[in-house]
Write a protein that binds this ligand. Structure first.
Ligand SMILES: [Fe+2]
Length: 262
């Protein structure tokens, strides 16, 4: 079983990268199941129903979210009707959508859980470790992938150690910057602090850099627009043996700097 996880898909540039490269990645790595973080899929803020279907059409099987889950407000009207989208599990119990969803893939149960970290979001989220403990206690899946959407590297690393041996993978998202620390932890959990981004390269985490830098300098409000091409596609591939043990995690970085070499 080979599972591909694509980092935060950002705007039109990110969606076009998925359209162009996902078929090639599926072919090269013999991928059985594709997860993509889609919380920036619509102009960098949230995901519309149109873009949700667009990404499914390109071959993604499960969309995860994050702090921008409800930025496209209409998502509250449709998220409960869809089965391939997972929002953070540690939101209010009144929030629509599901925080953990299990997919049947070639006879194996693949569970996908989305979780927000506490750093910068402590006031709006329930404790990720406590929520995760409850999810693990009720889990009967064969493979359990956790998208930990989170700012702080230390929080992600600690979460990975805590759930090593209880879940199959803890994959960080949100910073849009890929880290080079992919590995399998002592008890078999695949781990990376941040998968990175699928979106505009040479910009400020996806947004056009001019106004982001201006805001950094003067602290005043400036309109942020999604950056243009070229793009960068960051992802990881995880390989599982017949006993559903993870036997490898490989980082993918298709960028103008390496001429999109796979
Ligand atoms: Fe985010």
């Amino acid at each position: 079983m080979n599972i591909l996880f694509i980092g935060d898909i950002f705007g039109e540039v990110g969606r076009n990268l998925v359209k162009k490269y996902l078929p090639l990645l599926k072919d090269k790595y013999d991928i059985d199941f594709v997860i993509g973080n889609g919380e920036n899929a619509t102009h960098g803020k949230g995901i519309s129903k149109e873009h949700y279907y667009e990404l499914l059409d390109y071959g993604i099987d499960c969309i995860t979210l994050g702090n921008h889950t409800f930025d496209q407000h209409k998502i509250t009207n449709w998220i409960d009707e869809e089965s391939c989208i997972v929002r953070p599990a540690n939101l209010s119990r009144r929030a629509p959508g599901l925080g953990s969803v299990t997919f049947n893939v070639n006879g194996s149960k693949i569970q996908v859980t989305n979780m927000l970290g506490r750093v910068f979001y402590g006031g709006i989220v329930n404790h990720p470790v406590e929520v995760m403990e409850d999810i693990v206690a009720q889990s009967d899946s064969d493979i359990h992938i956790v998208d930990l959407h989170c700012d702080a590297t230390a929080e992600k690393i600690c979460f990975g150690y805590e759930f090593d041996g209880q879940v199959s993978a803890v994959l960080g998202t949100h910073t849009h910057v890929q880290t080079a620390d992919e590995r399998i932890l002592d008890k078999g959990c695949a781990y990376i602090t941040d998968v990175g981004m699928c979106g505009p390269f040479n910009q400020c985490i996806g947004m056009d850099k001019e106004n982001v830098v201006l805001k950094m300098k003067d602290g005043l409000p400036h309109k942020f627009e999604p950056g243009k091409e070229p793009g960068i596609l960051n992802a990881v591939v995880m390989k599982f043996d017949l006993n559903h043990n993870c036997i490898g995690i490989e980082r993918i970085n298709l960028s103008p700097l390496n001429n999109y070499q796979m």
